[in-house]
Write a new protein. Structure first.
Length: 282
């Protein structure tokens, strides 16, 4: 079985689901370049709860965890099948950490399907979601990510989805494609560590711009899962860099992604539309 890659995707606005822009074109290029996985294990910023759990239903529902967007987004459905046996595999490989099996509560939220709508638009690859345990410290997530590595050898793509920089209170509507100086500094620091020393990623908590870039940890923590996996391999690739509205980073990283960086670079340049980003109730 072909070893599957691990990806961190800066997902930005839920409207990226319906938009064609430089970022979504890059995600589509990734899907064309990557080997088809047996399944996808997704870690989304938007399943941020007080427990570590994994979806274990055969048909996960499409969750519309936001408000204030056009009806077309609420009508969007991503009917990918689940894979209950993968939930058992996840629970086994991360021991001694405990992972609960979610039979009927969650599903696929927009942190997962807004990206997969472009990477695998036919929704024909099984998808399982792993929650982010909000009660655990950052080093727990880095370690949990590292423990997921055997799944890649079994053909499971590990897809983390969040944003390296995510500060909705400081959005600049007049700068749709730009990044504030503090956002760029922090994003550059992340890129340096991910591509040279991902095992040191937690040093970013001491970065002078950390509090601005990461006012809440939910969108940052998915990066730690990719960093944990990359630490075992030495480094990750920077697949895509970019900004939106001053205070969002759209950066993406990959592990075992081969030449996908070149494919992503061939995507058309251009920003997302000016649709408000990530108005969620999560």
């Amino acid at each position: 079985m072909t070893k599957a890659p691990a990806l961190f995707i800066g997902h930005g606005s839920p409207m990226n689901t319906l938009e064609r822009n430089g970022y979504t074109d890059a995600w589509r290029a990734m899907g064309r370049s990557l080997p088809r996985p047996r399944a996808i294990l997704a870690i989304s910023a938007h399943w941020y709860v007080g427990a570590t759990a994994v979806t274990a239903m055969p048909r996960p529902r499409t969750i519309h965890d936001f408000y204030g967007f056009p009806q077309a987004l609420f009508d969007f459905d991503y009917p990918a099948p689940g894979l209950p046996e993968l939930a058992d595999e996840v629970a086994e490989v991360v021991k001694p950490h405990w992972v609960g099996a979610d039979q009927d509560q969650w599903g696929l939220d927009h942190g997962t399907w807004s990206v997969l709508a472009h990477i695998y638009p036919d929704a024909d690859v099984p998808v399982v979601q792993l929650s982010i345990n909000a009660l655990k410290p950052l080093d727990y997530h880095l370690d949990l990510g590292a423990r997921l590595a055997p799944l890649m050898d079994r053909g499971v793509m590990i897809l983390s989805s969040g944003n390296v920089v995510h500060n909705l209170r400081l959005i600049d509507w007049q700068d749709p494609t730009g990044g504030a100086d503090w956002a760029r500094r922090f994003d550059d620091a992340v890129a340096d560590l991910m591509t040279t020393a991902p095992e040191d990623i937690l040093r970013l908590a001491e970065h002078p711009d950390y509090e601005l870039a990461v006012p809440t940890p939910d969108h940052f923590i998915p990066l730690l899962y990719t960093a944990g996996l990359a630490a075992g391999a030495g480094s990750a690739q920077a697949l895509l860099r970019g900004y939106a509205m001053g205070s969002l980073s759209m950066s993406c990283y990959g592990l075992g992604a081969g030449d996908v960086r070149l494919a992503a670079g061939e995507a058309s340049e251009g920003p997302p539309s000016g649709i408000p980003p990530d108005q969620t109730n999560a």
